[in-house]
Design a protein around this ligand. Structure first.
Ligand code: PMP
Ligand code: GLN
Length: 392
């Protein structure tokens, strides 16, 4: 293994899912739903397979039906207009979109600012692209902290501004944010946009949880802010929005120049992927608003169920405004090392979770935080909550 990748080892998701299987634990670690997405979408995939649509290499940028559906979705929801022929690219999940964007847009030595804690593929992809990551920590307390208005894991805008240097090429943003559940506000996004314009930065924005925002939170795509449309690569995922994480269908929307760049890298990573599933996802994107409302309401109820269980078990719970993850603080349980806690949890009570420290460069800042996924059936969450209560 080369020096660029050596520090990353095995992704925590593989490690923890294997631990769940080997110990027969409830897996609240890796973020995947235990209920598949809509039946009509599955049927659409079966029809495509049977009719021989997509069983051979689909077009490099993605099938026209899907690119049109992605553009229509962005316009309907956010008023963002993209030309399906030149401004939309279908990828092998959001994971490939992130990799291809970074490989295409970074020169060796370019600095990339990412919100810490960050999804684990960011660091590895920045490294593979020869870039340097510059983490800006979302603060649970202190400057920019959530104490004043009850919101946790806030972006400190001064810290973000100070992180920009002459070598900064790109801001890698994620909202709604995995693993903290923070949803960036219009005010924060406006400041990010102003900074990007002022310092002439590109922005890659991972919005895979765009449909999972709760209560008063609103998902605002960064590309909708002034000056951003043509410097922003926006990333979405059918795995997250329609609960088909195994299909690996994701997408990019951006200006023609940026889409062309991302596609240049993408063509040599996978060329294309997910043939028949692309037809099905095109149908999924056209589902009526009721689907998205129900999806949100269902996940919100699950959030409340698991958050309540975790609170009763003695965790400090940071109730997420978005995503299907809850970050907790284990210190009220008399614990301080999330890694050790997560490694012992299966044996102690038959539940698997993720230590947030893996998402930090400043490991000590993430040490007491542990993430639980709530995209699971109600009975599973209830059982997990009752097992966790035995910890106290
Ligand atoms: N970005 C974030 C923030 C994620 O949480 C995930 C999935 N866990 C991805 C990207 C990857 O999405 P996909 O499965 O579509 O590759
Ligand atoms: N995005 C999912 C999570 O954060 C997992 C994706 C993966 O396993 N690579 O848990």
């Amino acid at each position: 293994l080369n020096r660029r990748l050596a520090e990353f080892g095995t992704t925590i998701f593989a490690e923890m899912s294997a631990l769940a299987v080997s110990t027969g634990s409830i897996n609240l670690g890796q973020g995947f739903p235990d209920t598949d997405g809509p039946e009509e979408v599955r049927e659409a995939a079966v029809r495509a397979l049977r009719d021989g649509r997509g069983n051979q290499y689909p077009p490099g940028p993605g099938i026209p039906e899907l690119r049109t559906a992605i553009a229509a979705h962005q316009e309907r929801r956010y008023g963002l207009t993209y030309d399906p022929d030149t401004e939309v690219l279908v990828t092998a999940g959001a994971t490939e979109a992130i990799a291809a964007a970074l490989l295409a847009l970074l020169e060796p030595g370019d600095e990339v600012i990412a919100l810490e804690p960050y999804y684990d593929s960011y660091a590895a992809c920045i490294a593979m692209a020869g870039g340097t990551r510059v983490p800006v920590t979302l603060r649970q307390d202190g400057a920019g902290g959530g104490a004043a208005d009850g919101r946790s894991f806030r972006l400190d805008l001064d810290e973000l501004r100070d992180a920009v240097t002459d070598h900064t090429r790109l801001l890698l943003i994620n909202t709604p944010h995995n693993p903290t559940g923070t949803v960036l506000t219009r005010e924060e996004l406006t400041a990010i946009a102003a900074l990007a314009v002022e310092r002439d930065l590109l922005v890659v924005t991972d919005e895979v949880y765009e449909h999972l925002v709760f209560d008063e939170a609103e998902h605002i795509p960064l590309a909708t802010l002034p000056g951003m449309r043509d410097r922003t690569v926006t990333i979405g995922s059918a795995g997250k929005s329609f609960s088909f994480t195994g299909w690996k269908v994701g997408w990019v929307t951006a200006s023609p120049a940026l889409v062309t760049a991302v596609r240049s890298a993408k063509q040599f990573l996978t060329y294309v992927a997910s043939g028949p599933f692309q037809y099905a996802v095109a149908e999924a994107l056209r589902l009526p608003e009721a689907y998205f409302e129900e999806f949100r309401a269902d996940m919100r109820a699950k959030r409340d169920l698991l958050a309540g269980g975790l609170e009763q078990a003695g965790f400090k719970v940071f109730r997420p405004a978005g995503t299907y993850f809850i970050t907790t603080d284990i210190r009220p349980l008399g614990e301080s090392d999330g890694f050790a806690f997560c490694r012992s949890l299966p044996e102690r009570c038959g539940v698997v979770a993720i230590p947030n420290a893996v998402f930090y460069d400043h490991r000590e800042r993430g040490a007491p935080f542990v993430r639980f996924a709530f995209c699971k059936r109600t009975g599973v969450l209830e059982e997990a909550a009752s097992r966790l209560k035995t910890l106290a």
